[in-house]
Design a protein around this ligand. Structure first.
Ligand code: FAD
Length: 464
């Protein structure tokens, strides 16, 4: 991967135009896919089984919307390109924006990263709630010419040519009890989330399903919205404390409005956060810095703690299939669902959107083959970073071959040095934001800084 992981997509004039694209699932990935299809298809139909809210509300099909969601800078760039002006509107409406290291307390793996200096990359982090982000993106997609959004409508199966070599549409059932009907399409995009309907549908058409890579993380999220006193956390707008080998728990505290914050506590297997309000707060005590805990104790709860279990990261290797029907793509979490603690899902969906746009610009010939291969390369980097970090925790089961152990040992040293080194901090943040290849962390200058930072003899600063 080059150092321009999230470069703007400008593939030039597409080779094929017209036709009907159907996107299944109108969550973030489906919306991004519909946005891209609308550039080259005359008509795009977006289908979701939920009733889609008019305002920025949580909904049943996206239970994760009740929990802390951050979009990484790579995703921010994707939003800027696909929906110009959207992020500026959020900021004008009061959404907090992180631009300076002092505004972020980021402690991955037990190391509080340096808060000095300025970010070299100017891409800021915007902090709308997940329903706000999805709601505003949906409103924009719905206004695109040729786009129709059909909600309360469930995709039930695929239509295909008699020999199954091409998908020609989808069977859908209205959730109001109507009869099944057929939507014919030149391209169907499955963005129905980690449940991944396509694996079953492929079997119906006589194809092998993709191999699945799984990492059982057994994570539980418990989250609650809070009103914090203005200025309670000084300049900080986000506090992220990751798990570490001796403490497989973590916390994210995100500011969404002047006084509205979301606190999410997480724990790996056997260390799950409780939902009882008093115990929930107590769980945060050994994780967050003392002044943050004080602010949490003084905060006014705005709702009850709500839980979400996440058993395993799942990656479906569509790029390795020898046979796959034309006229069908899989997109977003349906290809790869990442351990959410690394906040990658929406940003990887944005990277897939860029890949799809580039693929469509070169025509529709062998589209699935080209898309899965190119998307697989983008996914690979994010997947390896997430899995590598998970395997640094003894609580996560899985093989740890020598390269994983060596890279994790190096990362521990890199994070130790980054506690006092703003340059290393910035390089790490660029990589974990999916803006740069992890290879930049292995260049000789960086390795030298890491070595020096670990020689200094100064004790590491605690992640808290
Ligand atoms: C607890 C948690 C926290 C997360 N935090 C972050 C974060 O901080 N940052 C980040 O970038 N990502 C995060 N993610 C991941 C992020 O939510 C997803 O990557 C993102 O929503 C894109 O997923 P998706 O659109 O592919 O699928 P989903 O969001 O799962 O949406 C699937 C959609 O398909 C619809 N659907 C399902 N079946 C059918 C059907 N048969 N017919 C019609 N419609 C159907 C559903 O109603 C839904 O709208 C988190 C995930 C979890 C679980």
């Amino acid at each position: 991967m080059s150092d321009d992981t999230a470069r703007p997509y400008d593939p030039g004039e597409p080779r094929a135009r017209g036709g009907h694209g159907v996107v299944l699932g109108a969550s973030i990935a489906g919306l991004f896919a519909a946005r891209v299809l609308s550039d080259t298809f005359d008509r795009v139909t977006l289908v979701d089984r939920d009733q889609l809210p008019v305002t920025d509300e949580n909904r049943r099909g996206v239970p994760q919307g009740r929990h802390a969601h951050a979009i990484l800078p790579a995703g921010t760039r994707g939003l800027q390109e696909m929906f110009p002006g959207l992020l500026e509107e959020f900021e004008a409406a009061g959404t907090p924006v992180v631009r300076e290291p002092t505004e972020m307390h980021f402690a991955p793996g037990g190391h509080l990263l340096c808060q000095e200096g300025r970010y070299a990359d100017p891409t800021p982090t915007y902090q709308p709630t997940r329903p706000q982000l999805e709601g505003q993106v949906r409103a924009r997609v719905a206004k695109l010419p040729g786009v129709e959004v059909i909600d309360r409508c469930e995709a039930a199966g695929l239509l295909s040519t008699p020999d199954g070599s091409r998908v020609t549409g989808v069977r859908v059932v209205g959730r109001d009890g109507g009869a099944e009907r057929e939507l014919t399409a030149d391209l169907v995009v499955d963005a129905t989330g980690r449940g991944g309907r396509t694996t079953r549908w492929l079997a119906d058409l006589g194809y092998e399903p993709p191999r699945e890579d799984r990492v059982a993380v057994d994570i539980k999220y418990v989250s609650r919205s809070l009103r914090l006193a203005p200025g309670a956390l000084g300049r900080r707008k986000v506090v992220i404390v990751g798990a570490e080998p001796g403490r497989p728990t973590g916390a994210t505290l995100l500011q969404h409005d002047q006084d509205h914050w979301m606190l999410t506590l997480i724990g790996y297997s056997g260390h799950h956060p409780p939902t009882d309000p008093a115990d929930f707060l107590e769980f945060a005590k050994p994780i967050v810095p003392p002044d943050v805990f004080e602010a949490l104790c003084a905060a006014e709860p705005l709702d009850d703690p709500v839980a979400h279990r996440y058993p395993a990261s799942v990656r479906r290797r569509y790029e390795r299939l020898e046979k796959f029907p034309d006229g069908l793509l899989v997109f977003g979490d349906a290809i790869c669902s990442f351990n959410p603690v690394y906040g990658q899902g929406m940003s990887v969906a944005a990277l897939q959107a860029a890949v799809l746009r580039e693929c469509l610009a070169r025509g529709r010939e062998r589209l699935p083959y080209r898309f899965f291969r190119a998307a697989g390369r983008r996914i690979e980097v994010a997947w390896q970073m997430a899995v590598g970090s998970d395997l640094a925790l003894p609580q996560v089961e899985g093989d740890r071959p020598l390269p994983v152990r060596l890279i994790n040992a190096y990362f521990t040293r890199l994070l130790t040095a980054a506690e006092r080194d703003p340059v290393l901090t910035q390089e790490f943040v660029k990589v974990s934001s999916l803006l740069s290849s992890p290879l930049i962390l292995l260049n000789p200058v960086t390795v030298g800084r890491v070595a020096l930072g670990n020689l200094s003899g100064r004790p590491a600063r605690p992640g808290r």
